[in-house]
Design a protein around this ligand. Structure first.
Ligand SMILES: *Cc1c(COP(=O)(O)O)cnc(C)c1O
Length: 451
């Protein structure tokens, strides 16, 4: 049985959606509750559900549910719709492509869009060296491919990751991910030859970047052996782990160690990429040039696409036929990615990320002065978070209550953190100032109400 959403009649182009928070029912409203009941009867309960409202339309800085409630979007579908939901440029590019062809398999019958995306990635990723890219479907799939490449290039087995890391949900990516529940528990056995070392977490460890890097590399020497290490894989700012910004010099320290020992240094920029932090990629801020960069999420405005981009001599160490996938680099996703990259340039969304970050930083620091539960305000650009604790201990229960209060008031926020005590803010970069200010007002009310 296929049925349409009741009431989803008059369609407006998403860019003309009123940029406002407006509640016309409680959340979830009656139509969302009906869909929720259908969901429970048919969708696996393991699939997460951040908000109970079902979405009908979205654009700019809002998502509108099937009951007509307009929510401020502080999640961007987990840092995906950086250019805004249903961005008119993306819609136009995909619409044009869908009428020409939807799929040929690039490995069977190639097309220009794939090549153009690889050219664009070569231009915007750090470093002026010769680069090669391959396109894939999901972040986890790109992580797996980056590891495959590093192993072939080095002829070594070991992969080093850090505490609080999130790299995805497939078997290898899951082994690389730190948090057991819900990502790993019961899903073993895990892929071998993954080694975890401490990261730099200034709020908790108080270490300088160079001290944290020395601690990590000493452990690589003693636990693994540099000569057996194929790759160090790291998020320049940790996403699911809680928007942990390493102390300055930590990433450079790891990258220098990798370069000295012929280890492939891989930046997982899946959550941090595509203007989110004010640069194309977060690692640019640290003046580090990774050997490989992994991208996904923000790359294609919501169409499934990911990529591995890096030094030609490393990527091309894998012989023909060794990498690929039926849908990888789908032509609709490529058209979307090209539109996204052009929109980021044209609308100067890197600068906009810095502006949005400035507003959030000011408001969040003010809230930290009012609410002792806020232990730290951190992040970069339009990727900001607060870590919440009670008497020095992580307070996940309070964090969920604040998130639920925000949702009930029409602001979609996401939680994060190994201890579940981080609220993270990822507005679309096209969000108008007044909506962001209103979201921060609502956060203040929600913090008070959750006490
Ligand atoms: C989301 C994410 C992944 C996994 O991407 P999927 O598309 O969900 O497979 C990997 N690494 C980071 C840093 C992420 O944020």
């Amino acid at each position: 049985m296929v049925s349409t959403v009741p009431g989803a009649g008059e369609l407006q182009p998403p860019d003309s959606l009123p940029q406002q928070r407006r509640l016309v029912t409680e959340i979830p409203g009656p139509r969302s509750r009906m869909l929720g009941a259908r969901r429970s009867a048919t969708v696996a309960r393991a699939i997460p559900a951040t908000i109970p409202a079902f979405i009908d339309r979205a654009g700019g800085g809002v998502v509108v549910d099937v009951d007509g409630n307009s929510l401020i979007d502080m999640g961007s579908g987990i840092a995906v719709t950086n250019v805004g939901n249903a961005s008119p440029a993306v819609v136009a590019a995909v619409t044009e492509q869908v009428g020409r062809f939807t799929h040929t398999a690039f490995g069977v019958a190639p097309y220009e869009g794939y090549v153009a995306v690889c050219e664009a990635l070569a231009a915007i990723t750090p470093g002026n060296h010769e680069k090669r890219s391959l396109l894939l479907n999901s972040g986890a799939e790109a992580v797996e491919n980056a590891v495959k490449i590093a192993r072939v290039h080095t002829g070594r087995p070991a992969v080093v990751v850090v505490e609080h890391a999130f790299h995805g949900r497939t078997n290898l990516a899951m082994a690389m991910t730190a948090k057991a529940t819900p990502y790993k528990r019961g899903f073993g056995p895990f892929a071998p030859e993954i080694y975890r070392v401490p990261t730099s977490y200034p709020f908790r460890d108080g270490l300088s970047g160079s001290a944290a890097a020395a601690r990590a590399t000493a452990l690589i020497d003693s636990l693994v052996g540099a000569e057996l290490t194929a790759a160090i894989v790291i998020e320049p700012i940790q996403g699911e782990g809680g928007f942990i910004v390493p102390a300055p010099g930590f990433l450079a320290g790891l990258a220098d160690y990798a370069a000295q020992h012929g280890i492939v240094f891989i930046a997982d920029e899946i959550q941090t990429g595509f203007a989110r932090t004010g640069d194309w990629f977060a690692i640019e801020h640290e003046s580090v040039t990774p050997d490989l960069v992994i991208t996904a999420k923000g790359i294609a405005g919501g169409l499934p696409l990911s990529a591995v981009t890096g030094r030609a001599e490393i990527v091309d160490s894998v012989p023909p036929g060794g990498l690929g996938g039926t849908y990888s680099g789908n032509p609709l996703a490529c058209a979307a990615a090209l539109a996204v990259i052009e929109q980021i340039e044209k609308e100067d969304l890197r600068q906009r990320a810095i502006e949005l970050g400035g507003i959030m930083s000011e408001r969040l620091h003010a809230l930290a002065g009012q609410f002792s539960e806020i232990g730290e305000v951190r992040g970069r650009g339009a990727m900001m978070a607060i870590e919440l604790s009670h008497e020095g201990a992580p307070d996940a229960a309070f964090t969920s209550r604040v998130a639920a209060q925000c949702h009930a008031r029409g602001v979609l926020v996401l939680t994060a953190g190994t201890d579940g005590n981080v609220l993270r803010f990822l507005p679309p970069l096209v969000m108008p100032d007044h909506l962001l200010q209103e979201a921060m007002d609502v956060l203040g009310e929600s913090l008070a109400a959750a006490r």
